[in-house]
Design a protein around this ligand. Structure first.
Ligand SMILES: *Cc1c(COP(=O)(O)O)cnc(C)c1O
Length: 358
């Protein structure tokens, strides 16, 4: 087993929140993982420290030029065992994001080991209720106090933990209403759409606010050039079931390569479905629906896992999918996915990573 990393204990532990009122991202645990970078030492000083405010230069480059990336994954508790789901994929992706913003990559093994030790310390914070989990947020930002436009010479990586409730509040899947955005775009090829960059979210908020005002849950983004091809939903990738075939937009550089997307594709194939990754235009989708070929639409992402879509609005057109009910394939994929995550079903691919007791 690996060496224990430095652990700075806090004086008093916090009171745990009411498990029936967790929501998402509201509460944080007692500790966080901290890792620093500078040009001389590279990544150094990996340690578990009390969760709390940090000091930062007012000139820190992240605040001015946006060198900031993040990740999101979850830990689950089942039969007193705490597991992570495909964490290696998140650390691979954080390195892709870091690389794209000209930030220094981290050793994925060191980071995973640090995360396991942090989650071990915080295992009492992992909620056990149906659909509940400990949300894990790793992120890296530029800390050098210097206003020249060039990559920062110093960075901080933190991992914070937040006990979170079920996305569906313990109820069955609820179809969402989606607004197809035809004015703003999220990303363009050659840009940073494929990286989990903080600024992508900043760029998306206005459209999300407009859609919310009109009564829609999320925005569906079209490509940034022709505004014709479907890319993804707010913080989810998107799938369609057309004539029984599962279809999802092919990764093209502006779509975020979701780990849930990747897992759903693998799982769908194992369950015997045909899966196509290709370009899908919004016109094709509407035509498909008109001809009765479009039976299901769903989004995929760490937070909701799989989220059925019941309605889509594009310009003047409003379409209802599967009578605004959760489709059979959507439900089956959700049950299998959550079954593997929670440890109720077999995990032949070893997607689950058990957090050891150190
Ligand atoms: C994180 C994210 C997703 C989903 O990725 P997962 O790895 O499945 O959680 C999809 N789209 C965007 C824009 C994202 O930031």
């Amino acid at each position: 087993m690996s060496e224990k990393i430095e652990f700075v204990q806090r004086e008093n532990l916090k009171e745990k929140p009411d498990p029936s009122d967790l929501g998402f991202g509201k509460y944080f645990t007692d500790y966080m993982l901290s890792f620093d970078y500078d040009l001389d030492k590279g990544w150094h000083d990996l340690k578990i420290v009390p969760y709390g405010p940090i000091e930062i230069s007012p000139a820190a480059q992240a605040l001015h030029y946006g060198q900031a990336v993040f990740e999101g994954l979850k830990a689950y508790k089942h039969n007193d065992e705490v597991v992570l789901f495909r964490p290696d994929e998140n650390f691979k992706r954080i390195n892709d994001s870091l690389n794209r913003l000209d930030m220094p990559e981290v050793d994925e093994g060191v980071l995973l080991e640090g995360l396991k030790q942090l989650v071990d310390v915080e295992r009492d914070w992992v909620p056990e209720g149906e659909g509940q989990s400990l949300y894990i947020r790793p992120y890296v930002f530029a800390t050098e106090g210097m206003l020249g436009v060039r990559p920062s010479y110093s960075y901080k990586l933190l991992i914070i933990l937040s006990p979170s409730g079920s996305y569906y509040g313990g109820e069955s899947l609820r179809p969402t209403k989606i607004y197809v955005e035809d004015e703003y775009v999220r990303a363009v090829r050659g840009g940073v759409g494929h990286a989990k960059v903080a600024g992508n979210y900043a760029a998306s908020l206005k459209a999300q606010t407009n859609a919310s005002k009109l009564g829609y849950d999320q925005v569906l983004w079209l490509d940034g050039v022709e505004q014709k091809y479907i890319e993804e939903v707010g913080s989810m990738n998107i799938f369609f079931v057309e004539n029984g075939t599962i279809v999802t937009p092919k990764l093209n550089g502006s779509i975020l390569p979701g780990i849930t997307r990747k897992t759903v594709i693998e799982l769908s194939k194992q369950l015997g479905y045909d899966v196509e990754e290709r370009r899908v235009s919004i016109d094709e989708l509407i035509e498909s629906q008109r001809k009765g070929k479009l039976s299901e639409v769903f989004g995929t992402g760490t937070a909701a896992v799989i989220s059925p879509v019941g309605q889509l609005k594009y310009g003047e057109k409003e379409i209802v999918i599967n009578n605004n009910e959760t489709g059979e394939i959507t439900q089956k994929l959700y049950d299998n996915y959550v079954g593997i995550q929670s440890g109720k079903l077999n995990d032949p691919q070893n997607w689950r990573v058990v957090v050891p007791k150190y």
